[in-house]
Design a protein around this ligand. Structure first.
Ligand SMILES: C[C@](O)(CO)[C@H](O)COP(=O)(O)OP(=O)(O)OC[C@H]1O[C@@H](n2ccc(N)nc2=O)[C@H](O)[C@@H]1O
Ligand SMILES: Nc1ncnc2c1ncn2[C@@H]1O[C@H](COP(=O)(O)OP(=O)(O)OP(=O)(O)O)[C@@H](O)[C@H]1O
Length: 334
């Protein structure tokens, strides 16, 4: 059997922090996450019973995986996920995996988390595990806070440590906009970004003020989704009130912050919103149409030669038929 799975990247359209969790290991957050049309491709071939799992890498960011994880494949989220599932369900998982890494690594676009979620969905279907959503989420949590979002095929407001996922239904007008994603490869670990946020020693009141707009938007989105109503992402983005407070109040990643501010200043025609995603290092600029985005791309490449820069689109959910086609066999794993 041979199978291809598309494993999509995310953007954080806003991100608020609400102090440390009780055990002080993570932070409580609230974040609006959505998908973009940049994906890793995971090709899976079955092997003979007992042969175990092997993994190989390709794609433009293949070399970056070992740079950040070391050479040990045990640290790869795909391998970790398969090991957890094999232990939990007493399964012999015998697969040859080829990961085409197109999502910039350690960029805040959630590549590793997306790959992990793709494997959970794949194993559930392929081995007929009939996992409940809670069982999937339990595995996801062991890998990372963001993995639960990727189990959901739609945009979501994520709370808790990011693992409480409230799906939000958006209309698809936003798909007509163009997104320029850039990555200067100025890498700082997610843990370091969170701890540098802690060093700001913000009072609860400071946090409340900083989170106010994001909070209001999160509340109204969650309420709409409880009523099964469709929200308008384009209008929301135009409000220009959503912020990434992890990065906004952080002193590091200053090169990336300066870079997007410069690109935004020089390519302001048709610009709707710009920000950093997750804990960086990638940033995004949302434009009215591909023409404006292409101008910004040329501008960005002239100002910052050698950076990763790509024009893409937002996919508020992966369920609709156009996206299902893009997802290939993903539809069977959703
Ligand atoms: C920045 C975001 O990408 C926004 O979506 C996420 O909050 C990070 O999610 P992630 O990469 O899946 O994070 P994990 O792999 O679970 O955690 C990496 C490290 O980030 C910090 N971390 C992560 C999530 C969270 N809610 N609070 C934290 O403080 C912790 O130091 C943790 O050890
Ligand atoms: N399958 C994988 N793909 C990418 N990175 C992986 C993978 N497995 C392990 N890693 C390691 O995980 C770390 C984070 O990588 P990832 O690309 O998921 O970061 P990110 O986009 O910042 O994620 P998040 O938004 O979840 O914080 C890196 O150190 C990377 O080497």
């Amino acid at each position: 059997m041979f199978l291809n799975i598309n494993s999509y990247a995310k953007l954080n359209l806003f991100l608020s922090i609400y102090g440390l969790t009780e055990d002080k290991t993570r932070h409580n957050i609230s974040s609006l996450m959505t998908y973009v049309d940049i994906c890793d491709k995971i090709s899976i071939t079955t092997k003979r019973y007992g042969d175990g799992v092997s993994i190989n890498f390709g794609g433009i960011f293949a070399h970056k995986i070992s740079q950040y994880t070391g050479n040990s494949v045990e640290n790869n989220t795909i391998i970790k996920t398969l090991k957890l599932i094999s232990d939990e369900y007493d399964l012999s998982i015998d697969l040859d995996i080829y990961l085409e890494k197109n999502i910039p690594v350690a960029s805040g676009m959630g590549g590793g988390s997306s790959n992990a979620a793709a494997m959970i969905k794949f194993c559930d279907k392929f081995y007929g595990l009939e996992m409940t959503q809670d069982e999937k989420i339990n595995i996801a949590r062991e890998i990372g806070a963001d993995v639960s979002f990727f189990l959901q095929n739609s945009s979501a407001v994520c709370s808790g440590i990011g693992d409480v996922v409230n799906p939000i239904y958006f209309d698809d007008a936003i798909c007509k906009k163009s997104v320029l994603v850039i990555d200067l490869m100025e890498k700082v670990s997610t843990a370091k970004i969170y701890s540098s946020y802690d060093q700001l020693n913000l009072s609860q009141q400071d946090e409340e003020i900083m989170n106010k707009n994001n909070n209001l938007i999160a509340l109204s989105l969650v309420n709409l989704s409880k009523l099964n109503k469709i929200a308008d992402m384009e209008q929301l983005i135009r409000l220009n009130k959503m912020t990434n407070n992890l990065i906004q109040s952080d002193k590091i990643l200053y090169k990336t912050k300066n870079a997007i501010a410069k690109i935004a200043e020089n390519s302001s025609d048709g610009l709707i919103k710009f920000d950093i995603t997750g804990a960086g290092s990638a940033a995004y600029l949302i434009y009215e149409n591909p023409l404006f985005a292409r101008r910004a791309l040329t501008n960005a490449q002239t100002m910052f030669p050698g950076i990763f820069a790509k024009i893409t689109t937002i996919m508020p959910d992966l369920h609709d038929s156009a996206n299902l086609q893009k997802c290939g066999v993903y539809q069977n794993c959703a």
